[in-house]
Design a protein around this ligand. Structure first.
Ligand SMILES: Cc1cc2nc3c(=O)[nH]c(=O)nc-3n(C[C@H](O)[C@H](O)[C@H](O)COP(=O)(O)O)c2cc1C
Length: 393
């Protein structure tokens, strides 16, 4: 039986999103305010479209929490789509009359789920595909991950993200360990230095003028994960594989790198491995002198920061649409345009953090389990203390 699981449901312009999370131990402090704060981070971003001006995401806790403390029972949440007031008839679950504007959509957007989804689910209204494939669903994932994150905090694990490229502008001047994460939060493009902030914004402005869109690369990093999350013994237990899958599942993500994975291919082996030495502050402990592996060796966390870099493609919806086809008539038409973002790199960062949190909480629960936070903490402390036995000579 899986220890930790969750499901999301909901259409982009439907009444809202529903989530159920199971496997969070009893005794964890959790409030709607905490979840709301995390969700608001997904809504900010230079180059965002109009939808985020309408929505003000918050999740109502409907079960699994009493007086601000988890009960160990399934946690259900409800996130209202404020835009639904404009779509009540078009997205009605009940049948509607012929006179109703159903906002039918038949002009395929290249790069979206429209084409394969229409053929697979035999849909002549592409809206029946795009409503669920829309990145609105990532609001639900951020809500689930807020719960995961709250639990990870109890074990000293924190997760951050920043944009390291926007369009063809790079912004990695500051090394991961030296980033001032407060500054990143204050930047509308989630840049870690003012120069990159200005260049990223200029790239987005130019894309807007050119009536196109741009993608980029974002970095997600977890500090404080203990040695030994994931396992080398079976392919589907490897932490790097699980992380790559989770990141790749984010809408529009097309590449995932762990550590300096791609650059390593051009370096000799002696420069790529992270050498292990006794920690000068405590010779019974060990530490690596570099972190090219991005905190994962042999499918297990090695105690270093876990670092992923994630490539996200430019958004498919453009104010100057691409040539396309009408799915029902076969006629050559322009692709549909719906209100859309110019660049979603900054908004994708908190979603990347969410996926990191979900993978790590699952691995933490596998390793340390427990029905209550106290039980899990005892398991964790016992394991950490067992490491004192190593390196004693
Ligand atoms: C935070 C975020 C916001 C997005 N906003 C839009 C958008 O406004 N317009 C759009 O066409 N695609 C947007 N996307 C991307 C689409 O959801 C995605 O490209 C589409 O579902 C097709 O899936 P694929 O690109 O993963 O193959 C967004 C993605 C993310 C992560």
């Amino acid at each position: 039986m899986t220890t930790f699981r969750y499901l999301t449901a909901g259409e982009s312009h439907g009444p809202g999103l529903t989530v159920i999370v199971e496997g969070i131990p009893a005794g964890l402090e959790l409030t709607e305010e905490y979840i709301e704060k995390q969700m608001s981070r997904r809504q900010k971003g230079y180059g965002s479209g109009g939808r985020m001006k309408i929505e003000k995401d918050r999740a109502d806790l409907r079960s699994g929490v009493r007086h601000g403390i988890t009960l160990g029972s399934p946690i259900a949440m409800w996130i209202e789509n404020l835009d639904f007031v404009n779509w009540t008839e078009a997205m009605s679950a009940a049948p509607v009359g012929e006179e109703v504007d159903k906002k039918v959509h038949t002009r395929v957007v290249p790069g979206h789920a429209d084409f394969p989804g229409a053929l697979k689910y035999v849909q002549h209204d592409l809206r029946n595909v795009l409503e669920r494939s829309s990145a609105r669903e990532t609001a639900a994932r951020v809500a689930v991950a807020s719960v995961a994150r709250r639990l990870l905090e109890e074990f000293g694990i924190s997760i951050h993200s920043r944009a390291v490229a926007t369009g063809d502008e790079d912004g990695r001047e500051v090394g991961t360990e030296d980033v001032d994460w407060g500054k990143v939060e204050a930047s509308e493009v989630r840049a870690s230095d003012p120069d990159a902030d200005a260049r990223f914004k200029a790239a987005i402005d130019k894309a807007k003028d050119d009536r196109t869109t741009i993608g980029g690369v974002f970095e997600v990093v977890a500090f404080g994960a203990p040695v030994g999350l994931g396992s080398h013994v079976q392919w589907d237990r490897k932490l790097d594989g699980r992380l790559a899958r989770a990141m790749m599942s984010i809408n529009a993500v097309k590449g995932v790198e762990i550590g300096t994975g791609f650059a390593n291919t051009r370096r000799p082996g002696r420069e790529v491995q992270d050498v292990i030495v006794p920690d000068p502050s405590d010779p019974r402990r060990f530490r690596q002198t570099s972190n090219h592996a991005g905190g994962i060796e042999g499918g297990m966390s090695n105690g270093q920061p876990i670092i992923t870099n994630v490539a996200i493609k430019p958004i498919a919806t453009m104010t100057k649409p691409l040539p396309s086809v009408d799915i029902n008539t076969g006629e050559v038409v322009e692709a549909a345009y719906n209100r859309s973002d110019i660049c979603q790199v900054a908004r994708a960062c908190p979603v990347g953090e969410a996926m990191m949190a979900l993978v790590l909480v699952e691995a933490m629960l596998e390793k340390f389990g427990g029905d209550s936070l106290g039980e899990m903490s005892r398991n964790y402390t016992g394991y950490i203390e067992s490491h004192q036995e190593f390196g004693r000579g």
